[in-house]
Structure formats: structure tokens, C-alpha cells
Design a protein around this ligand. Structure first.
Ligand code: DO4
Ligand code: MG
Length: 292
């Protein structure tokens, strides 16, 4: 099953599920539907005939109906330096060090992973909606990541594409600036779907692709397979939940391995395209700070 959401006439939100070949208008909260599905219970809702999903995915709109983020998570958390490539994060820069190692090398080798608070639902955007470059950042990058939606006990209810947009200049300047680098309006995009584990299969065999488009041209392209993930998702979830209760429908994003360079910082008017096998494509325009 895959879940998505549309907004009609700017304010009326409707959740849908694709179950087999049917589109179903959900009669219940999408997180509850994901939980029911994970317990092999019936999904509550009516079949819809003639739904033009393709138009929503390509044009983001169909009449007065627009696609948006699949739901409003209460909490979004991030895990970092989970791929080997991320160990080198900022190796070209004057990165903070602890006992001779950069903070990234240090966490890569440590037992404890990096887990950080990323966003609340109101700071997230969906497919076709704008991610934001902070007004005080000159170097902001997209971080294309596989994310999981979990219940309060850590069970994986679904997977989604997530962009952990980060003001890398702030983060590089001082580790104490990480929350400002990571958390602000428009710092996180996810969707277009939440896809259940039975449809995804092995989460360690998915291709993640990133494209940054500028003025109709490809500025940057990169890809990685999730088989390169070193901190496994279960381990990340375990640390997230340690002495830290989270609500049903929490999103945990599992880290990036695609790191565009210093000269690839996002600019107003760029478009970021992230695709993950079985999860689809998440397209987001970019706006600069005060203009959102
Ligand atoms: O502190 C750095 C953030 C790490 C991160 O977001 C990632 O590896 O994806
Ligand atoms: Mg990240």
C-alpha cells in the first residue's frame, strides 16, 4: 500500500491509499491506516474511480486539487554519518576535531550514532512545494535520504523519500550551530508517498538518485545504493527510542551519502529531484529565505 494526500481548494485535506490497483479515499487518519495495515487489518475507505494521479505527480495540480506532504508528522528525527562516504563530510574544510579526528570521523567510528531532531510537520513540505535556503546561508545543500515512518515502539510502518535540507555553512562554522543548520521553515521535504514495507522489500537494495536543476540544466547528479548504508536502520531506530518516547507516525531519516560540493549550493529558482527505487520521485523548487 502507498499513502498520499491532496489538498482541495487550498484547505480541505484528503488522504488516499493505493491498494493493489485501487485508489481508496481513506476514512481515517493515515498513520492509523498504516498501523492497521501493519496489523493486517482492513483499510477503512471507499474506492475512487478515475483518479488522475499521474497529473498530480507531474503537474502537482489537477483543477483545484494539489498534491502535498502525505501527513503532518509530530516529530521528524535524523540520523547522520550512516554511510561510509559521509565520514569524509567536510574533509575539504576546517572541521571541528576531537582528539585529532574530525567530529564526523569520530562519530563514524563510535558505537553511538548521530541522532538529531530535524523537524515538525509545519516545517516540512511535500512534492511540488518549495524547500528553503535560509536567508543567512550562502551554502545550503539537499540531502537525499531514505526515511522510515515508525510507530511508538519503533516498528517500521512505511518508507518515504526525504530531503534533509541543511545549511552546511552554519554546520561547518561550529557544531553548536547544527540545530540552526537543520531546523527552520522549509528544511525538510518528504513524499510523495509513504510506501509500506511489503511493497518495498529489502530496504538495503534501493537506488537513491539526486539531481539539482538550474535554469533547465543539470547542475549536479549523484546516486548511491542503500546497500552502502553502514549504520543499519534498526540500529538507528533503537538509539532514537532509547529513553526517548516518540509518537506513532514519527519519521526517522537515515542519512545521506550524496554530498554535492561547495560550488553546488542551492539557489532560488533551482529544482531538486530525488528518486528512490519503489518510492517514486520527489520534486521540489527552491526559494531563498524571506521569499517563501
Ligand atoms: O551533523 C551532520 C549531519 C549528518 C547528516 O545529516 C547526514 O549524514 O545525513
Ligand atoms: Mg542528513
Amino acid at each position: 500500500m502507498r499513502i498520499f494526500r491532496v489538498v482541495k481548494k487550498g484547505s480541505h485535506y484528503v488522504h488516499y491509499a493505493i491498494v493493489g490497483n485501487d485508489v481508496v479515499k481513506l476514512d481515517e487518519d493515515p498513520v492509523k491506516a498504516l498501523i492497521r495495515y501493519s496489523e493486517s487489518k482492513e483499510i477503512l475507505g471507499d474506492k475512487v474511480i478515475g483518479f488522475n494521479l499521474e497529473e498530480l505527480l507531474t503537474k502537482f495540480k489537477n483543477g483545484d486539487t494539489r498534491i502535498t506532504k502525505p501527513f503532518d508528522p509530530i516529530e521528524v528525527w535524523g540520523s547522520g554519518i550512516s554511510y561510509e562516504m559521509a565520514r569524509e563530510r567536510y574533509s575539504e574544510e576546517d572541521v571541528a576535531r576531537i582528539t585529532g579526528k574530525t567530529i564526523y570521523e569520530k562519530v563514524y567510528d563510535a558505537v553511538r550514532p548521530e541522532i538529531f531532531f530535524k523537524a515538525t510537520g509545519n516545517r516540512c513540505v511535500g512534492h511540488g512545494e518549495a524547500i528553503v535556503v535560509r536567508s543567512d546561508s550562502e551554502w545550503t545543500l539537499p540531502e537525499p535520504e531514505l526515511a522510515v515512518v515508525i510507530d511508538s515502539r519503533g516498528k517500521i510502518l512505511g518508507y518515504t523519500i526525504l530531503d534533509d535540507v541543511s545549511a552546511r555553512d552554519l554546520e561547518a562554522d561550529n557544531p553548536l550551530y547544527l540545530p540552526q543548520s537543520k531546523i527552520y521553515y522549509g528544511c525538510c521535504a518528504f513524499g510523495p508517498f509513504i510506501v509500506t514495507p511489503d511493497e518495498v522489500g529489502n530496504p538495503y537494495s534501493l537506488d537513491i538518485r539526486l539531481k539539482i536543476m538550474r535554469e533547465g540544466r543539470v547542475l549536479f547528479e549523484g546516486s548511491v545504493n542503500t546497500n552502502k548504508m553502514r549504520r543499519k536502520i534498526e540500529e538507528q531506530i533503537q538509539y532514537l527510542l532509547r529513553d526517548n518516547p516518540v509518537p506513532d507516525g514519527t519519521i526517522l531519516t537515515t542519512g545521506t551519502a550524496i554530498i554535492p560540493g561547495k560550488d553546488k549550493g542551492l539557489r532560488h529558482g533551482d529544482v531538486v529531484e530525488i528518486s528512490i527505487t519503489k518510492l517514486g520521485t520527489l520534486l521540489t523548487p527552491v526559494v531563498k529565505g524571506t521569499q517563501w
